[in-house]
Each structure stands twice: as C-alpha cells, then as structure tokens.
Design a protein around this ligand. Structure first.
Ligand code: GLC
Length: 667
C-alpha cells in the first residue's frame, strides 16, 4: 500500500488560490460499514474516472515558502472517516513527489476549535475511526412490483441502492397519486437534464441550463444553496443517491485551505459553488476534478456564509426523508457539522447573539445593504443550530459545543422575537421612542431615532399581521420585508407561533406587493433613486424592482409552501403555486421577474434556472403530500424558551419557569 503526496508545480504559473478534488472513491461515498482509515493505495494521475481511491488536487504551494505548511493542509484533508488517500498540492501542472511520512502524520486528526474555551472543548478524533452506526431496520420497496420486504441492515451497511426505502418514522416515499400534468413532466425532465455527474455519479445540479446563454459565468456550476430545492425534489421522489453524493463531496471541499489573495478564510467554510472540470494529464489522458469557489472568484468576492448552514439543513432533511441516519453519524460528517458551527459560534466583538456577516453573504449575493445581522442568515443560523443539536452525537468531546448551541439558540430566538418584530403596536412604540437612553433598562436599547421610520411603512403597516425586519444594528433598523428570512423563521420556529401566523397574514393582506403576478418578491419595497445609488453602489443589475432589489423569485415558492403547510394555510400556497404553474413553463423557467408586481421576466434573468424548476416541483410534491412537510419544519421548543426565561430571570427581569416562558415570551 502506498500513500503518495504529490506536489504538482508549474514554475511559470501564478499560484492560484484554487484547488481541485478529483476522482471519486467507493469508500468515501460508500457505506459507513467500510473501514474509514486513510490507508489506501495510490491511484496514479492520468486515468479517467474509475472506482477507486480519490485523488485530491489541492492548492499550489503558497507564494512564500514560509507560508507553505503541508501539515496544516493535510490536517484538513485527513478528516476522520474520510477515505481520500492520495493527495496532490497542485497547480494544474506537472509532476508528483511522494511522501509517505506526511500522510501518516495525519491518521490522528485534531481539529482545534477557534471558540472561547469557556464554551467549547477541542474537537478531537482518534485515528479516523468511525463511530459504530446503529442497526437500521427498513422496508425495501420494490418499485416495479410494489412488493415490500423487511430488510435488516446492520451497522449502517445500507448501500446507495438502498435509499429508496421506507422511512423508519413511518412515512412512505412519495409516489404520484395522480397523473402528472405536462408542465410537471417537463419540469422533472429539465431537472434531470440539469444533473451534474462526477466520475459517473450524480453530484448536484447546475444553477441554470439556458441553451441560449453564451456567457453563463458561474451559472454552469453547482451552487450549494441552489441545490437545496433540487435535493428535496429528488429526496421526496425517493432518489437519495444524488443528495448523499452531494453532501459528501461538498464536505470534502470544506476541508481545504482556501485563499483569497494572501488571506485564508475560516476552516469550516463551505464553497458557494463547485464545478466538475476535465483536466488534461500527460499524453491524451484526462481526469475529472471538482473545482470549488469559496468566493475567491465570485463577483464582489462575497463570503458564502449560508452554504454551510444549508448543508447542515440538507443533511438533516436527508436523514429525515430517507431514514438513512448512518450518513449523519459518520465521524467525518460529524466533524463537518462541528466545523461549520464552530465557525459561526466563534467569539468576536459582537454584542448580539445574531451572526455578524458582510453584505452579500446569502441568497442576495451582491451589495444590497444587508451587512450586519440580516434576517435570512439569522433564520438559517437558528435552524442549523437546531439541526446540529439534533444530529450531533453527544460525547465528552462535543458536550460543550452542544451546551453552547443551546445557549445560543435561546439567546438568538429571544433577540429576534423581541427586537426584529414589527406590527402596528410595535411601530407605534418606535414612533414615540425616547432616544439617547443611557442605562441598563433602556426601552430604546439600540437608540433608534423615530425619524428613520420610512414613509412607505407608515402607510404599509397593516392593522392585522406583522413581520420580522431585515436587519438590526445600533441606531439602525432596516424595515424592508425580506421574504426568505421571514418564511424561514416560520419554518424553523425562530419566530413565535403567533408571529408565524401574523407573518402569513401579512403576506395574504399584502398579496399584490409580495406575490403580485409571480411569487415571491425577494424583498419589499425596492431601493430607489438616491438610496439605490448609495446602498447598492449604483448597481445596474439591482435597479429598482429588479433582481435582488424587489425582483420576484419563483424559487421562493417551496419555502412559502412549507411555511403555509406548517401553519395550516394550504389555501395560500395553492393559490401561489397555481399562479406560478400557469406561467413558468411558457416563460421558460426564469430565474426572476421584474417590476413592482412581477409582471415581466427579469431583464438579465437566466432561463431554465434549476432552482425555479425544483422549487416548483418541491412545492407540488409537498402540496400533494402535506404530511411530508413535517419532516422539514420545526415546532416551538419549550425547553429553549425556558432556558431563555431563566437566563433573563438572573437579571431580575423575568420569572424562571416553563409556564412563565410560555406566557412571557409567547405573547
Ligand atoms: C445569483 C443569486 C444567488 C444564486 C446564484 C446562482 O447570484 O443571487 O442566490 O445562488 O445566482 O443561481
């Protein structure tokens, strides 16, 4: 057995910040039953894909020898449980040098958290040995003959083909109850056509598949956030393999050191997107490699903060829908969850429990004045913390992280419920706020000047209903309504049950503004004139009522459907879905629509946008099988509420009990 470390250097090429992963590995993607040690044969570069150990082509040596630290790179490569054996630090170039010693160093992997020791211990895993997986009893469904057979799969030995199974929670895999409409058939075909294969296996879907688009930029890549509705559509159809592959490949990408110029962003960062490239090797040989983008190529060099959060959310959904929990139990996957959450929970200068991010760090990936504590990120952060708490195996090494997750969950939900919420009553309070209050029990804690209440809101705020504002900073409330953040707060129970109801009441009451001719507006209202010039930096793509600036994004339909099902408002979801259904196919599945009511196809919208197609399909499947939705949303967690009230009681503000929690926080 040979482990080979390859340095591939090209003296003429400028060192690139990129790195590539090539060739899939059965043991990497395979069942948890397989030994997960990193003692593998080297597979030489220069072959086309075939089952076997992975070849990983990593970033080239950094510019100065002092920065080059193979041990650091390797420590991220050999995450416990990963199978990749042969490593290459590559510059898309030339030769290999073998080094066994470095590889052996890595069999014991220690991932140091960057979080305050008060909160966490180090994540330490010995020798890359996976934890024993629980036995799994499942029912195999023979698709053609509709015969069910009970199969006992021990130690997570479920193979990829076993994914079309009955969920142990008793939920059956979706089978269409009726003949699909032509538009649905077309959508499924387009979704299948968008599938990206890596070494023969499906690993994701391209962002858009527009045949007329001569400059696809990065729309020919697999975006992490865009893949979520595709993944759900596949999962709900009983197809788990593509999702499993996606989760494992993106996990592997997370491990790598990445650089933007001379700076390396945090270790747990997940890429915004990746592309499968075919690279030429010696002679006429080629090889497929995965080429991720962590923002170093993205327009504006924006950090994809939401990628890791979506990855965790999807991992949970995969377990819930397929019943295959062995994936989340794998040691490498557990480490991946910890890395994402550690990065989010790391101490900084923050005074708030909400996550502080730069502009463009989520679905709105351009400058739109959402830097600070945007709602969308907070809602995704909250649900990934809940997922983490659910999926993390509690051991001595993880118990501090779990404690920190619980603390953050309760602090975050209190903060958002209390300070982001606006309705008629709250607006009236803000309107009469006193300012410059210097004290511990100030009413106007963030020193909001009532003068900043925008004129549009004075008219717009309804008697009934309310919503969570877009952002909160010292002396600043961004009163815009952001759809994804509000919907995801409903879905994850970041907001209270009453607030959830009020949010949907607001959407219903403001139907023309938020839904109009095409569901759903990304935010309301648009920035216009001077505000647009200053806040977007005169962005010609984000002009008023276009793209991120008040454009309408049909992909948001699936989150809307999910929120509506959760809140028993199926009527609203049906109305929105049927409106989308009547147009999307004829309009060739645009990425977004423009104008105040979403009348026109977006001026620079891609056509055949995959998450438009997948969002529609996921909504249709959920509407047809509303019981499935419960696998994807969260109910109120009273334990968290109690923790929050008890924390507040220490400061003498509230009484500490569950009853008090319900009555004082859920008002
Ligand atoms: C745009 C969107 C972003 C999406 C990407 C690919 O940049 O703003 O959210 O992920 O396109 O579809």
């Amino acid at each position: 057995m040979k482990n080979i470390l390859c340095f591939i250097c090209s003296s003429t090429m400028k060192p690139s910040a990129r790195f590539l992963i090539s060739r899939t590995s059965k043991s990497f993607l395979g069942s948890a039953k397989q030994p997960l040690r990193s003692n593998r044969t080297h597979s030489s570069l220069g072959n086309t894909c075939r089952p076997g150990p992975a070849t990983i082509i990593a970033p080239p040596p950094p510019p100065t020898p002092a920065r080059f630290n193979p041990y650091r790179l390797m420590s991220t490569v050999f995450r416990p449980g990963f199978a990749p054996p042969s490593i290459a630090f590559a510059n898309r170039g030339s030769f290999c040098v073998a080094s066994r010693a470095v590889v052996r160093q890595q069999h014991s992997t220690s991932v140091e958290t960057r979080v305050n020791e008060n909160n966490f211990e180090r994540i330490y895993v010995q020798n890359g040995i996976a934890a024993a997986a629980k036995p799994l009893v499942v029912e195999r469904i023979d698709k053609d003959e509709n015969i069910r057979e009970v199969v006992s799969v021990e130690d997570g030995s479920a193979e990829e083909g076993d994914l079309n199974l009955r969920n142990p929670e008793g939920v059956e895999i979706v089978s269409p109850r009726r003949e699909e409409s032509d538009i649905e058939k077309e959508a499924w075909k387009l979704l299948n056509d968008a599938v990206v294969r890596y070494c023969g296996s499906p690993v994701g879907t391209v962002a858009a598949n527009d045949p007329g688009d001569k400059t696809p930029l990065n729309y020919d890549q697999v975006f992490i956030r865009d893949f979520v509705p595709s993944a759900l559509a596949f999962l709900l159809r009983g197809e788990g393999e593509i999702v499993r592959n996606f989760l494992l490949h993106t996990l592997q990408l997370q491990s790598w050191e990445k650089t933007v110029d001379c700076y390396s962003p945090g270790q747990g960062l997940m890429p915004a997107s990746f592309k499968v490239r075919t690279v030429s090797l010696d002679g006429d040989k080629t090889e497929e490699v995965l080429d991720p983008d962590f923002g170093e190529s993205a327009i504006g060099r924006v950090a994809p903060v939401d990628s890791g959060l979506w990855w965790i959310i999807l991992l949970r959904a995969y377990g819930k829908i397929t019943g295959d929990y062995t994936l989340q139990e794998r040691v490498d996957v557990q480490t991946g969850i910890k890395l994402v959450l550690n990065l989010c929970l790391a101490d900084g200068f923050d005074m708030f429990p909400s996550l502080l991010v730069t502009d463009g760090s989520c679905m709105i990936d351009r400058r739109m004045g959402i830097h600070g504590h945007p709602l969308e990120i907070q809602a995704l952060f909250y649900s990934s913390l809940r997922c983490g708490r659910e999926m993390l195996t509690v051991t001595d090494g993880s118990k501090n992280l779990v404690r920190a997750i619980n603390n953050r969950l309760s602090a975050l939900s209190f903060h958002i419920r209390e300070y982001y919420w606006v309705d008629m009553k709250k607006m009236n309070e803000i309107y009469r706020y006193k300012t410059e209050e210097y004290s511990l029990d100030a009413t106007n804690k963030f020193n909001i000047y009532p003068e900043q209440i925008p004129l549009w809101l004075m008219d717009w705020i309804p008697e009934e209903g309310g919503y969570l504002i877009g952002n909160l900073q010292p002396a600043h409330m961004d009163f815009r309504f952001f759809t994804l953040g509000n919907l995801w707060s409903v879905i994850s129970s970041l907001s209270t049950p009453k607030q959830n109801e009020a949010i949907l009441n607001l959407v219903e009451g403001k139907w023309n503004d938020i839904v109009g001719h095409m569901p759903l507006k990304i935010c309301y209202p648009a920035l216009e004139n001077e505000e647009w010039r200053i806040i977007t930096g005169s962005d010609p793509k984000n002009t008023a009522w276009s793209y991120h600036n008040g454009g309408s994004w049909p992909t948001l339909l699936w989150q809307f459907t999910l929120a509506c099902i959760k809140m028993g408002r199926i009527d609203l979801a049906r109305k929105a879905v049927s409106m989308a259904e009547s147009k999307l196919g004829a309009d060739r599945w645009p990425e977004y629509y423009d104008t105040r009511t979403g009348k026109f196809i977006g001026k620079q919208a891609r056509l055949y946008q995959t998450w438009t197609i997948a969002g529609f399909l996921t909504s249709k499947v959920l509407l047809e099988n509303p019981e499935k939705a419960s696998l994807l949303f969260w109910e109120e967690d009273y334990e968290l509420l109690e923790m929050c009230v008890c924390a507040l009681s220490k400061t003498g503000r509230k009484k500490c009990s569950r009853v008090a929690a319900k009555s004082q926080i859920l008002v």
